[in-house]
Ligand binder design. Structure first.
Ligand SMILES: Cc1ncc(COP(=O)(O)O)c(C=O)c1O
Length: 399
């Protein structure tokens, strides 16, 4: 391997949400909240960033841009960024889009917040499938829009869409937008073309807009292929695609993402109201990631595949009643530990206090997630091994 994913990198002193922000984010608590573990004793398997260094090619590009010494107001003027990103989408998804459809945003979350405002009228509703990434719900809440949830169906850890329920909810005249996660956080599903076609057809037939959040689309298990939802509906302009180098290359803090808006009116609304200055270091980093990050990404995927396999074997041996299936995408594992804990247990608090592991779980995923924990596997294997040992020891002991 050219890149070392076993390296343990000290994140102290970097203002990382991962190390310094867990009290506030997971526990809605102040910095004074106490645990039986010191902060640096925790195994951190929560927020979706990685313990791996951003590719050296990206860091080099940031340094080269820094060497130009002036950091004045910056936007993506140079067509090279579009061309580089399009070459990426062509290579990986056999899909491209016209340059004018692309806008950039400091993140997918801010883009969701804006798009909901531009798309939904106050009395309308947003449809999502659950369990869900919580910010889909927050995007609705921010604008006082009612959220409608369609529970995914789970069998043996494999999640599918309940189309009858989804369609019944999409038919509600007040539902005007579906925010759909493709591939899906937290279940890790890579939706097939057939599944995506059904979802798209139901939404479009019922005049819904769709925001397809594809932020995890590069992080697939070996052999899997991602299909952009918009690729399947080239005749529709009501599907907005969100992609980013942030998850793929561990650069969420650089705050740069792609939003592809084919509808001209919506795009004009965005352009009129979005504050579109970007960080010059982020532009350089994103372009370098798409231009030079392929080899790093393929090695990362091999390492993550190994972590998932390690986890599967470990759980089979040490936690046989857990329901777990290797995620088809993302570096997030979604595990039902309901056989070991009762539903009233606050899972993140339980594991923080009794195992020294920071993780997300239960109602942090909106609905249909009781008894589930989500573990971030984007860490060196020794860290993963220690995290799993602590989790399994606790559950077997039944504190
Ligand atoms: C589905 C999904 N969308 C969006 C985000 C965050 O996007 P950003 O950091 O670009 O705001 C995450 C992060 O975990 C995510 O899982």
């Amino acid at each position: 391997m050219k890149y070392n994913f076993d390296e343990i990198i000290d994140r102290k002193g970097t203002n990382a949400l991962n190390t310094d922000g867990f009290r506030e984010y997971i526990f809605h608590a102040s910095p004074s909240m106490k645990f039986p573990y010191a902060d640096d004793e925790f195994i951190r398997m929560w927020v979706a960033d990685m313990e791996f260094a951003t590719p050296p090619e990206v860091i080099q590009a940031i340094k080269e841009r820094a060497d130009k010494r002036i950091f004045g107001y910056t936007k993506v003027f140079d067509p090279e960024y579009y061309l580089t990103f399009c070459a990426w989408t062509q290579h990986y998804y056999n899909w491209t889009f016209p340059r004018e459809h692309l806008v950039t945003s400091p993140g997918i979350i801010p883009a969701l917040y804006e798009l909901v405002e531009y798309i939904c009228k106050p009395d309308e509703k947003i449809l999502i499938v659950t369990p869900s990434y919580a910010y889909f719900k927050y995007a609705a809440e921010r604008h006082n829009i009612e959220l409608v949830c369609s529970d995914l169906v789970q069998e043996d850890g494999y999640y599918t869409i309940d189309y009858d329920d989804f369609e019944a909810k999409a038919k509600d005249e007040k539902v005007s937008l579906c925010i759909f996660c493709n591939p899906h956080n937290p279940t890790g599903r890579v939706w097939s073309e057939a599944e995506l076609k059904k979802v798209g057809q139901i939404c479009l037939k019922n005049n819904l807009w769709i925001i397809s959040d594809e932020i995890h689309c590069d992080l697939l298990r070996g052999g899997r292929v991602h299909t952009p939802l918009a690729k399947l509906f080239p005749e529709s302009d009501r599907i907005i695609t969100c992609m980013a180098p942030s998850k793929t290359f561990n650069m969420a803090g650089l705050m740069f993402s792609n939003v592809i808006i084919p509808n001209e009116d919506l795009r004009n609304k965005w352009k009129n109201r979005h504050y579109d200055i970007e960080n010059p270091l982020s532009i350089a980093a994103a372009q370098a990631a798409y231009a030079h990050g392929s080899e790093w990404l393929s090695q990362l995927k091999v390492y993550l595949d190994g972590n998932f396999k390690f986890m599967q074997e470990y759980l089979a041996l040490h936690l046989p009643k857990a329901v777990f299936r290797i995620s088809e995408a993302t570096y997030l594992a979604w595990v039902n530990v309901g056989a070991y804990v009762t539903n009233d247990v606050d899972l993140p608090l339980y594991f923080a206090n009794h195992a020294g592991v920071l993780l997300e779980g239960g109602n942090m995923f909106v609905a249909n997630s009781d008894g589930y924990i989500r573990l971030n596997l984007a860490c060196p294997r020794v860290t993963l091994a220690e995290g799993l040992k602590r989790i399994c020891d606790l559950l077997n002991k039944g504190d």
